[in-house]
Ligand binder design. Sequence first.
Ligand code: PLP
Length: 403
Amino acid sequence: MNMKDTHMTKKELEETAEKYLNETFKRFDFIAEKGEGMYVIDEEGNKYLDFMGGIAVNATGNCNERVVQAIKDQAKMMIHSSNYCYTIPQIMLAKLICENIGMDKIFFQNSGAEANEAMIKLARKYGTDNFGPDRYKIVTALNSFHGRTYATLTATGQPDSACQKGYAPLLPGFSYAEYNNLESFKNACDENTIAIMIEPVQGEGGVYPATEEFIKGLREFCDEKNMLLLFDEVQTGWGRTGDLMGYITYGVKPDAVSMAKAMGGGMPIGAMCTTKELAKTFGPGAHGTTFGGNPVCCAAAYAQITEMIEKNLPEKAREMGLYLMKKLENLPGVKEVRGKGLLVGVEFNEDIAFKLKYLSAEKHLLITAVRDNIIRLAPPLLVSREECDKAVEILKNAAEELL
Ligand SMILES: Cc1ncc(COP(=O)(O)O)c(C=O)c1O
C-alpha cells in the first residue's frame, strides 16, 4: 500500500494514526513507505540511512530481493494451513536451522517474546517432570530484556521500570542476578532453580556484551547443578554478533535458545531450539500455536538464512562492527563504545540519546536509543565502510548540536 492508495496527505494520515492507533511508541516525523537495502524511504522519496535495521531485524537489508521473492512465491501456493498439516517451508527451515547452529529440534512461534515464553514453559515443565513440583525457579540477569508477555516481562530484570510498573503481581519463581558476575548468579540459585536464562549481549539494557569467562562459568555451574542454560538470542541471533548465533562465538552450547528478529527477513517469526532430550518435554497438547511456523514466514526465513550463509554476512558483521566501533570513539561526548559484531552501543557522558535519535532522523539517519545516555546501532549486516563513515558523520554533527 502506498500514499496514492490512501488518497490522504501526510498530515491526514498522521491525524488518522492519532485517532485510531493505541500508541506505545513515539514515532519519527515521517512515513516509512519503502525499504531498499540500506535505506528506508519516506512518503516524499527522502532516503534514510538505516542503522536501526527495523530494531535489529533487517539483517540482509530492507526488502531483500531473495526474501521478497520467497514471500511472493509462497503466498501464491499456501498462506496458512494450521499445524495439523506438514508444510514444506516449515520442514525445510527446521532442517536448515538445526543443522547450521548445532541444535536438534525447533519449535516455531511468532515473536521473540513468544519464543522466550515457550522456553520458560519448557524449562518449568522439564523441572517439575524430572525433579518434582518445586523445581521451577529461573534466574535471569538484572538489566535484561526478554519480552512483554507475563512470563517474559517477569523474566526481564528491570524492577520498577516502565515496562513492569503497574502489572503486579508478576509471575512467581523468578529472581535476578548481576550480569557478568558468576558469583551473583551462583548466590541467586537454590535447590529449586531449574534454569538460568541469559542474553549473550544485553541489547535493550544498554548493549553490554557478556564476558567469555562469565558464559563458560554459567555453563559449568548449570552442568554441576543439573540446571538448564537458556540463551535469549532474539536480538543477538542470526549473524548480528558475528556468528550465526551468539553462543557460537562463546564456544558454549545452551540447552535451549530462543530467536526471532533477524530470522525472518522482516516477517513475524520466532522459534526455540533445544537438545533432543529437552525437546521430549513438550508432547501433543503441552504447547501449541495457530500461526507459529506459518508457511509464508518460514519461506521468508529460509530465504533470509540462506542469503546470510551464502553471502557470509556474520563474518562481514564481525569486520564491519570493529570498523564502526573504532570510528564511533571519535564522537563528541562519548564515554564508551561497546558491542559485538554489528550490535553496537555508544554511551555518552550526558543524557542526549533520545534527542540524538530524533535529530539524527531529521538528518536522515535512523538509530535507536536504549537508555537516556546510550544509543544502539544495528544496521543491516551488508553495510559498507562508506555507509559507516556517513552514519558517523551525521551522528557527529547531531551530537555537536546537542552538546
Ligand atoms: C533479547 C530480547 N528478547 C526478547 C525480545 C522480545 O521480542 P519481541 O518484541 O519480538 O516479542 C526482545 C525485543 O527487543 C529482545 O531484544
